[in-house]
Write a protein that binds this ligand. Structure first.
Ligand code: AVI
Length: 334
């Protein structure tokens, strides 16, 4: 999940629904607020400018980063079963917050086919990205009715109008839900439940708890791509906000905390130093960090509870053999 800016050829989605397309003013404000906080923090949505999106795409190809590959393998193996469950009660329209346009989306749309998928509604704040996605999909799947919806999906989603009797399925792959803290994840899923409408569906990709060593290497790859992705936010602040971060004076640090069940990514200051940004000076002690991302890992019971709290009942689940990742189908009980 764009994780999402104008990423645009990317499968990534900014975890706040912004499409990464935030203004300089909002970026500066968020940076100042986050750096003033104790402990210091920045939103992971600022990873995803063009460079960050390319780095995220490179992460998805890394041998250590099992997440994308595993979710894709589940979809490849189970797409027709998933499509049959989704369309068991009749045709549907697929709403995708974050306008993926990626391989997973294509697999799902192809498996549904023209009889069972009446429309695809990509939702993204970045209109340009949305149009690009729509054009590509129309060319590849000429039967598909693509109806782009320009909005910040964390604030607004299309209404669950069912038109010609079609139900709605909200598709949110990539374990982007994991980049939301639990209360925010519940709020977002409630919004999805509302958008799905009564008896509508939510199809969610969720990364599962596993051996911490596997998680550790997924976020500490040997080639240092994740480190470059993490530091990209410092480069962005220098280039876009006139900050003077010395990139070599911060280390990438990512670890799994088993009690909250999350990976935390940090940038750790390698010495005492001062950084200027927006006319303000921030002091970093030696070893002080900026938390740049949290990535929650779920077990099935937790995911089911999260769904229930948001008005979603777990209807089906598909896991890979090593039980690393789950594709979960929820029915909206709103
Ligand atoms: C987009 N999101 C699900 C990724 C994750 O695994 O939390 C972002 C990422 N951060 C480091 N590597 C990948």
């Amino acid at each position: 999940m764009t994780p999402l800016d104008g990423i645009h050829e990317s499968e990534s989605v900014a975890p706040d629904g912004s499409g990464g397309a935030t203004s300089r003013g909002a970026f500066l404000n968020d940076a100042l607020v986050g750096l003033r906080a104790t402990p210091k923090r920045l939103s992971p949505k600022y990873f995803y400018d063009r460079e960050g999106s390319l780095l995220f795409d490179a992460i998805c190809e890394l041998p250590e980063y099992y997440v994308t590959r595993t979710e894709l393998s589940i979809l490849e193996a189970k797409a027709s079963e998933i499509a049959s469950r989704i369309a068991a009660r009749g045709p549907c329209r697929v709403v995708e917050p974050g306008a993926g346009s990626g391989t997973k989306t294509r697999l799902l749309l192809r498996a549904l086919g023209p009889e069972r998928c009446v429309a695809y509604v990509p939702v993204d704040i970045a209109g340009e990205h949305l149009e690009h996605t729509a054009r590509q999909l129309r060319a590849e799947l000429p039967w598909l009715r693509v109806m782009p919806f320009a909005a910040d999906f964390s604030v607004e989603l299309p209404l669950p109008s069912t038109g010609a009797g079609a139900s709605t399925v909200v598709y949110f792959p990539g374990s982007t839900i994991g980049n939301f803290d639990p209360e925010d994840a519940e709020r977002l899923l409630s919004r999805f439940a509302q958008a799905a409408g009564r008896d509508g569906l939510v199809l969610l990709g969720v990364d599962l708890k596993k051996d911490p060593a596997v998680l550790h290497s997924a976020y500490n790859d040997a080639r240092g791509v994740t480190a470059a992705f993490n530091k990209n936010v410092l480069r962005r602040m220098n280039e876009e906000l006139g900050a003077d971060f010395e990139l070599d004076a911060f280390d990438h640090y990512a670890f799994y905390a088993p009690v909250p069940g999350r990976i935390e990514m940090h940038l750790v200051s390698t010495r005492r130093q001062q950084v200027r940004i927006g006319g303000q000076v921030f002091t970093f002690e030696h070893g002080e960090s900026i938390c740049t991302e949290r990535s929650y890992k779920y077990d099935l019971a937790m995911a089911e509870r999260l769904g229930r709290a948001a008005g979603l009942m777990l209807a089906a689940s598909w896991l890979d053999d090593a039980r690393r990742f789950a594709v979960l189908l929820f029915r909206a009980a709103v």
